[in-house]
Design a protein around this ligand. Structure first.
Ligand SMILES: *Cc1c(COP(=O)(O)O)cnc(C)c1O
Length: 713
């Protein structure tokens, strides 16, 4: 397995017959194979759940007697052998899509830089959609056999755990991680010493070590400053995601962009494509130019040469969403860097100069856009917004000619689809459907699934969600310090047979979590009708420094706590990938209410759709492209509004009306067997239109064909 640079440790005491479990624990491939997760879970389901699906801790704690027993259990061994046969054939596949269709990429890896990666709940180095998208990008690259390598950070404290107090206030708990418990392997030289690289900061150099994560066939390297000889302050630079003070923020981005290039060099990589997932990594463009300047080129020549290979994906529809550093800060941190580019201070500022209402800045967005020939937004509408927003960088271009294209986001199907549903698809679509995922014709076969069979899977998944919520609260209640109202607010009164709506995402104000609460009386009337009850499940974290986001949680929680809701409106703590999986698989309707056009794409609705939930969302980002009039519902219209206030009013009116007049009646329109055929017809339509198109299968292929291949040529 020459994709990887590390050796597997001998950490576990395993019977010979089961010794490969250790190898599986260190390759995240298992996370998108529900069958593979079962080779752990079946050994001791309670322990597996208690340890939060962490196979490394699990194998350490399970104990030899149970393993010895399993080593003699024929049923278990059959699953074990099947999984490892499939693991081996996955890793050794010789003609995956990328090798077949784009041999020119074979000897030239793609380096993919991202501030966060959402791969699994046990590795909390992500905060939201940007990270999950990056994680899904790696998984799909592995499936397609793309020679890609990821670069990010190993945050010692991870992203915070969220607790909601009795009065709805978000508490953030930081959890120092024990790296020995995680699927990360130290990157060392042959002599066993850690490989390190350095990045110069004012008056010192910061050393970085690396950890390897195996994502199927794709390696991900995570930078970590928590080593000697760094000062205690510098050791913490990579401790958390998104420091809110600008000093640490810029230092972190220097470590990612500059340190990331050096790390790849130290590992012997010579990438032919450098992909920046958002502007945080944009300093990589300057570091690559510096390499060529050091080899004798002028800065202009160096940029001209490197720019062709750089790809930049923007995710922000507003100028303030990009990192904009004041010039004094750039001076403070980069004054030793520009001489290495043979540039003066002014020339250096000019590279990324941005005139903002708040003053003159050095913009990471401008830096990336100017110095990458491949540029894309993440949905069609976001592309339009981005071309308008950045038109000033191409003053000679008309708005629609600004060279920023779009590649609409997707999700990794295997990672998000429920096992039960996969089994149903295996039966009706043929066992190889996963290989033909982006073939639209394949999905017409969904019509052959009896409505009742699909309805049953949907009910099963909703019961699983209800059961999960209950068990979670049981634990919190038993631990103590929890008020009964918090117990009710966590979903114990949820009826697994009632129409259930999910709303889960970061609590940023533009996502308008409160829209649904704008007329509480009307809402309570709608959800409490005896024959057609409706339940709403909220979840989401606010960034710890985002006071408005935290107030929004509190506002939602106030309504959740009202006795008049009958326990039908729920707020679940600590939204992460595990909870996300239960929610997108278990709810009937996925609701999203961003203030258009602020949701550049959004992806959670795609995860819900591929599990047979129906979307009910503002026509923004991906949903504007996917909605066809009968594969879900729209909130508001496909148009821009002049005032946010008017938009809120119109959207909330539209939301209540559609819910009351269309969604609820349709769900409860049952045949004698209690099935709603019209509902299932929409579910099938939604799955047919969403799964092949809004998958990372289609997305990564598009990146390859439209951005990576041109960069190599
Ligand atoms: C998918 C996902 C997101 C992104 O959801 P949006 O639709 O973009 O809001 C955020 N957090 C988690 C845990 C996710 O799984």
């Amino acid at each position: 397995m020459d994709n990887f640079r590390t050796k597997l440790p001998k950490l576990f005491d395993l019977p010979k017959r089961l010794e490969r479990l250790g190898e599986l624990a260190y390759n995240l491939w298992w996370t998108w194979q529900p069958e593979a997760a079962r080779v752990f879970g079946r050994l001791d389901y309670a322990l597996w759940e208690r340890l939060g699906h962490n196979p490394i801790r699990f194998l350490r704690e399970i104990g030899r007697p149970r393993l010895n027993q399993a080593a003699k259990d024929k049923d278990y061994l059959a699953i074990y052998d099947r999984i490892f046969a499939s693991f081996d054939s996955y890793l050794s596949q010789t003609d995956p899509w990328a090798a077949r269709t784009h041999p020119e990429l074979n000897n030239s890896p793609i380096a993919y830089f991202s501030m966060e990666f959402g791969l699994h709940e046990t590795l909390p180095i992500y905060s939201g959609g940007l990270g999950v998208l990056a994680g899904d990008h790696l998984k799909e690259s592995s499936d397609l056999g793309l020679p890609l390598v990821g670069i990010g950070f190993m945050y010692a404290e991870g992203y915070f755990t969220q607790r909601i107090t009795e009065d709805g206030w978000q508490d953030a708990i930081n959890n120092p991680m024990n790296f020995d418990d995680l699927p990360v392997l130290p990157v060392t030289a042959d002599d066993g010493a850690r490989i390190t690289v350095e990045v110069e900061l004012p008056d010192r150099a910061v050393s970085l070590q690396m950890w390897e994560v195996r994502v199927g066939r794709v390696p991900l390297y995570l930078l970590d400053s928590n080593i000697d000889p760094n000062s205690d302050f510098d050791k913490k630079l990579t401790a958390r995601l998104y420091w809110s003070d600008l000093d640490r923020r810029i230092m972190q981005e220097m470590l990612l962009g500059i340190g990331g290039v050096r790390a790849l060099r130290a590992l012997g990589y010579n990438p032919s494509v450098w992909h920046m997932n958002e502007g945080h990594a944009a300093f990589l463009t300057l570091e690559r130019a510096r390499e060529l300047v050091a080899a004798g080129h002028t800065f202009e020549q160096a940029l001209a040469k490197t720019r062709k290979q750089n790809v930049f994906t923007t995710h922000t529809p507003v100028p303030a969403g990009n990192d904009e550093f004041p010039l004094w800060l750039i001076e403070k941190y980069m004054s030793a860097f520009w001489p290495q580019l043979n540039l003066s201070r002014e020339q250096f500022f000019d590279i990324a100069h941005h005139h903002m209402p708040t003053g003159e800045t050095f913009s990471m967005g401008v830096l990336a856009l100017r110095n990458a020939d491949g540029r894309n937004a993440v949905s069609e509408l976001h592309g339009r917004v981005s071309r308008k927003m950045w038109n000033f960088l191409w003053p000679d271009c008309a708005e629609d000619e600004v060279p920023i294209t779009h590649v609409t986001n997707g999700v990794h199907t295997a990672n998000w689809m429920a096992r039960r549903l996969r089994i149903l698809l295996d039966f009706h679509l043929g066992a190889d459907w996963y290989n033909r995922l982006d073939d639209h014709d394949l999905w017409t076969k969904l019509d052959s699934i009896p409505d009742g069979a699909l309805w049953d899977v949907r009910l099963h998944l909703k019961r699983k969600l209800a059961f999960y919520m209950r068990e979670r609260v049981r634990g919190r209640w038993t631990d103590g310090g929890y008020h009964p109202v918090q117990v009710v607010s966590s979903g114990v009164l949820i009826n697994p047979y009632a129409l259930t709506i999910g709303f889960a995402r970061r609590f940023a104000t533009y996502k308008r979590a409160g829209l649904m609460m704008s007329d509480v009386e009307r809402l309570l009337d709608i959800i409490n009708r005896p024959n057609t009850p409706v339940q709403i499940i909220f979840a989401g974290k606010a960034h710890p420094a985002d006071e408005a986001g935290k107030q929004l949680i509190q506002q939602v929680y106030r309504t959740v706590k009202k006795a008049e809701t009958g326990g039908r409106i729920v707020f679940l703590e600590d939204y992460d990938m595990n909870l996300a999986r239960y929610l997108v698989q278990g709810v009937d309707v996925w609701m999203n209410t961003p203030r258009r056009p602020m949701e550049a794409s959004g992806t959670s609705g795609m995860k819900a759709a591929l599990n047979g939930a129906l979307n009910f969302s503002v026509l923004d980002g991906w949903w504007r492209e996917a909605f066809n009039g009968h594969n879900g519902w729209a909130i508001g219209e496909d148009k821009d509004m002049d005032s946010p206030h008017m938009q809120d009013e119109e959207d909330s009116e539209s939301l209540y009306n559609t819910l009351e007049n269309e969604i609820i009646p349709l769900y409860y329109d049952r045949d004698p067997k209690e099935i709603s055929h019209e509902w299932i017809a929409r579910v099938k339509d939604s799955m047919k239109t969403v799964i092949p198109q809004f998958s990372t299968r289609r997305m990564v292929k598009e990146y390859v064909e439209r951005l990576y291949v041109p960069a190599v040529k």
